[in-house]
Design a protein around this ligand. Structure first.
Ligand code: AHR
Length: 507
């Protein structure tokens, strides 16, 4: 598109007749791993002034509810591939301390399965349980399932009852291991080895409880040398036994290349399209009637290159690990990744922002002290609240610019969601760091009559962040100026911004 040098332009058409699909509420999931302070002094801190009798911090629970998380994956991550779930049940005083080789920490096991399930109840979220298929196998997976979901009358189900949980947990969604393609993973496997184990574990799980839904491990990220080949081989074995394939992706700004960073969603979209293509290729080969869905069960901004494991604390309880402090730029990227998930809602059913508290998280805490929202909290909360309903198919056209990693990309990145008959929400990212973007959206087919609100997250300092001292340094603000004339919306999106434009057809 032609644009003035100092302003960018974009146009799009929204027509409720053309939809991508319905959003599965589980798209707004998150992730709790026994890593650093995510569990201990994050979710769980019995000595904290706000903690209940269950040891859960009420200040954190309030923020979890405000964030709008619908599902939480647990207990890892790399941690799960060496975990013995039996260590975390029964009398707390009798639970063993163990070394966690994945994060070189000490695990006290004070928090385990039943404490996590208590958290899911209080927070009102669905559990997504990950199994150890690294150092353990299908038998231990089956026993855990029996402990969790069988009503009673067997050794494992009676053990649960003896732990004060008379009713089965009824956990439906299970991950068949974690990142087993990665050489860093405990029990790392080849695709052939993992495909066989995943298929066997899945068969045994279904024989134990036919209601389970199962996620096979896809690649750890799209740069893995075995990306797509791994999925192809694994699915050749496991296609008929699983319901989802997982994807993981983390992004960061490298060497000040902010334009590539702001276009990270290009990689996420490419990963989704590639895994969809691989699933459908295997489906065709197997002549299967089943169509697999995707579970993007780890995604976020994570400054991995800044990490130096050699200087991190070793063999401590709940050390400060991966406590990234997020900027406005990071929040805009998180918003853009949410836009991508929404635009692929026909195939991505589950997604988890990794992680929930303290560890690369939207919520931060101090032990014995405050809890606060990182910048990334806001786009997630907006999408979880207003990104429910039908994603409409839009084909935006906007001013483009060159990026080192992704070539030419659009400056506008957006998704339109029809929440109900009267309300459409447009999520929109302006990827330009210096140009406001003039958006024109034709909403005549939707009968748009009024802008309900235009909320924006932006700042003159793109590095601004929230801290314990300044927890509200960055907050969304409301903009005036967006308007609708005869069904056509015009709005100005500030440089480097996350925007929520809510539009009604009601008079
Ligand atoms: O979320 C942090 C780590 O990232 C997880 O433990 C692992 O699965 C991934 O590599």
């Amino acid at each position: 598109m032609n644009a003035h040098a100092d302003r960018a332009e974009a146009e799009l058409t929204v027509d409720p007749a053309f939809a991508v699909g319905e959003v599965d509420p589980r798209l707004f999931g998150s992730f709790v791993e026994h890593l650093g302070r995510c569990v201990y002094t994050g979710l769980h801190e019995p000595e904290h002034p706000t903690a209940g009798a269950d040891g859960l911090r009420r200040d954190v629970l309030e923020l979890v509810r405000e964030l709008g998380v619908t599902l939480v994956r647990y207990p890892g991550g790399n941690f799960v591939s060496g975990y013995r779930w039996e260590d975390g049940v029964g009398q707390v005083a009798e639970r063993p301390r163990r070394l966690d080789p994945a994060w070189r920490s000490i695990e006290t096991n004070e928090f385990g399965l039943n404490e996590f399930m208590r958290f899911t109840e209080v927070a009102g979220v669905e559990p997504m349980m990950a199994l150890n298929l690294g150092t353990r196998g299908p038998q231990e997976a089956r026993e855990l399932l029996e402990y969790c979901n069988h009503p009673g009358g067997t050794a494992w189900s009676e053990l649960r009852r003896s732990h004060g949980v008379p009713e089965p947990h009824g956990i439906r969604l299970w991950c068949l291991g974690n990142e087993l393609d990665g050489p860093w993973q405990l029990g790392h496997k080849t695709a052939e080895e993992y495909g066989r184990v995943a298929a066997e574990a899945a068969r045994i799980m279904r024989m134990t409880d036919p209601n389970v839904r199962l996620v096979a491990c896809g690649s750890s990220n799209s740069s893995m040398p075995t990306f797509a080949a791994w999925e192809g081989t694994v699915l050749q074995h496991a296609y008929e036994h699983v319901d989802y394939v997982s994807l993981h992706a983390y992004y960061e700004e490298v060497d000040g290349d902010v334009d590539s960073f702001l276009a990270s969603a290009e990689d996420m979209a490419h990963s989704i399209d590639s895994v969809v293509a691989t699933c459908d290729h295997v489906r065709a080969k197997l002549r299967s009637k089943k169509r697999l869905q995707l579970s993007f069960d780890e995604w976020n901004v994570w400054y991995r290159r800044r990490r130096d494991p050699a200087t991190e604390p070793a063999w401590e309880i709940a050390p400060r690990l991966l406590e990234d402090s997020y900027t406005v730029t990071d929040a805009v990227v998180v918003g853009s990744l949410l836009v991508t998930l929404l635009r692929h809602c026909d195939r991505v059913a589950v997604a988890c922002l990794a992680q929930l508290v303290n560890v690369i998280a939207p919520i931060m805490t101090e032990p014995g002290g405050a809890a606060w929202r990182q910048t990334t909290f806001y786009p997630f909360a907006d999408a979880a609240r207003h990104g429910r309903g039908r994603v409409l198919r839009t084909e935006p056209r906007s001013t483009r610019h060159e990026t080192a990693d992704y070539g030419e990309v659009d400056l506008l990145h957006s998704a339109a969601v029809q929440e109900d008959d009267d309300t459409i929400t447009l999520f929109a990212v302006n990827r330009s760091t210096n140009r406001p973007l003039d958006l024109v959206a034709d909403l005549r087919a939707a009968g748009a009559s009024r802008v309900l609100e235009h909320r924006v997250l932006t700042d003159t300092d793109r590095h601004a962040r929230n801290t314990a001292r300044q927890p509200d340094r960055v907050r969304p603000t409301r903009l005036t100026g967006a308007s609708i004339d005869r069904g056509v919306l015009t709005a100005a999106l500030p440089p480097l911004s996350w925007n929520v434009l809510r539009i009604t057809a009601a008079t």
